[in-house]
Design a protein around this ligand. Structure first.
Ligand SMILES: [Zn+2]
Length: 436
């Protein structure tokens, strides 16, 4: 069975062949640690965790190198630390720790290496130096900028030409830039801002060069898979390609580029202003992590996903139903339909569909393979969200209320509340929703 993956760079689904089957290499962009990760940030972590598990299964657990960085130098970090009146270090350490805890609660394996940007400034300065020496970058007023006109195929990942980008550019162009689309590799720091000495003065790196330098250090000039959310295609990944290819004499940075689709909440774009912005932590207060994970995997990674309470309830019910007949097995024995689905561009909804038909052993193996353990559901105090039982309780409560037995009707309401079910009395009767 061959693994086929969709490559954003070629816009085709092709057979995956690693450069070295003894060391399959994958890089996924990690968080900028200034604030708690939101539920959209959880998607690439879960998607690429499943791919990581599949690659370990195919090539052996000791033959896959998975690197996910932590961006701990960024202007958003400086601003947030000042706002909160804490040091930059305190903020980044606290946020990184919460992030690791959150993604562990989602059932994700830790990557082999989790490099921090601040620990790789030397590599970044060296790479920027190479780009200046090769004529792909230039220093101006304490900044170093990448000259996008120096790379003929700039825009190949996002499939935009420089002319189109210029036409669409709304940003005011800084006077030190030769071209409007030139991007920052290094910028000067004031004495209060974090900074490091460099040939261009005391300053700090731009975001894009961080990933290029760290990926190059741990995975070499060319590796197998580079992943991230679709929102990173431009400019972040486009610029990673430009920097790394120019610094590595044209060697492609990654053979396969994979991107997961957007996440919406209840049909709306998630935004703080829309009031539907949720952090992973907020979700974990109300839902076991494996329910979030299952809900995420029920949609193919390339499709947009709509995160809804209805979907979460359905995910919880399915997991409860399965856990009632079997326990996930760490040592997988899933059947061929399950693997065939995953090998076809990581088709997790089809793999999950195959589990509905699978026998007990294959179900147990499939659940374990996808990273489910049943630990959290067992710990969760709440019982199965069973529509029939809730409807029966509502009927019993209505009867108690009709006979003015309010002690009993309150008891039923409180009993449901303890199980995470909130009753709502309205003009057309009583409805319910899960406690949030
Ligand atoms: Zn990155």
């Amino acid at each position: 069975m061959t693994l086929r993956l969709t490559n954003t760079l070629t816009k085709t689904k092709g057979v995956f062949a690693p450069l070295d089957a003894k060391n399959v290499r994958m890089y996924v962009c990690g968080p900028t640690v200034y604030d708690l990760a939101h539920i959209g940030n959880a998607r690439p972590v879960i998607v690429f965790d499943v791919l990581y598990r599949l690659l370990r299964h195919m090539y052996g657990a000791g033959h896959v190198s998975y690197v996910r960085n932590i961006t701990d130098v960024d202007d958003k970090i400086n601003a947030r630390a000042a706002e909160r009146g804490i040091s930059i270090r305190e903020l980044t350490e606290e946020t990184a720790r919460i992030y690791e805890d959150d993604v562990a609660a989602l059932g994700c394996l830790p990557p082999a290496v989790t490099p921090r940007a601040t620990e790789h400034i030397g590599e970044m300065v060296a790479m920027i130096g190479d780009l200046v020496a090769s004529g792909n970058a230039y220093a101006a007023e304490g900044h170093v900028l990448f000259d996008v006109t120096s790379k003929a195929d700039y825009g190949k990942l996002s499939r935009r030409s420089l002319d189109e980008m210029l036409a669409g550019a709304r940003v005011e162009v800084a006077p030190y830039k030769k071209n409007a689309m030139d991007f920052v590799l290094w910028k000067p720091s004031t004495p209060e801002q974090p900074g490091w000495d460099s040939p261009w003065g005391r300053g700090r790196p731009g975001w894009h060069i961080e990933c290029s330098a760290m990926a190059g250090k741990y995975l070499g000039p060319t590796f197998d898979i580079h992943g991230g959310g679709i929102d990173l295609v431009f400019p972040h990944h486009e610029n990673e390609i430009a920097q790394s290819e120019c610094a590595h004499h044209g060697a492609p940075i990654a053979n396969v580029w994979m991107h997961n689709g957007f996440l919406q909440v209840e049909g709306e774009k998630m935004a703080k202003s829309a009031g539907n912005f949720f952090t992973i932590r907020e979700f974990l207060a109300d839902w076991p992590g494996e329910v979030l994970r299952f809900n995420m995997l029920r949609t193919h990674y390339r499709q947009p996903i709509d995160f809804t309470l209805g979907g979460l309830r359905e995910s919880w019910k399915t997991l409860e139903k399965w856990y009632a007949v079997t326990e996930p097995l760490a040592d997988p024995a899933p059947d061929t339909a399950f693997f065939a689905a995953l090998m076809d561009d990581l088709n997790t909804p089809a793999a999950i569909a195959s589990l509905h038909q699978a026998d007990e052993m294959a179900l147990a193996g499939g659940l374990g393979f996808l990273g489910f353990s049943n630990v959290q559901l067992k710990l969760a105090a709440r019982v199965v969200v069973d529509d029939g039982a809730i409807a029966a309780a509502i009927t019993a409560r209505n009867a108690a209320r009709a006979s003015k037995n309010f002690a009993e009707s309150d008891r039923i309401r409180d009993d449901l509340l303890a199980k995470g079910i909130v009753l709502k009395d309205g003009p057309s009767g009583t409805t319910w929703e899960p406690k949030r």
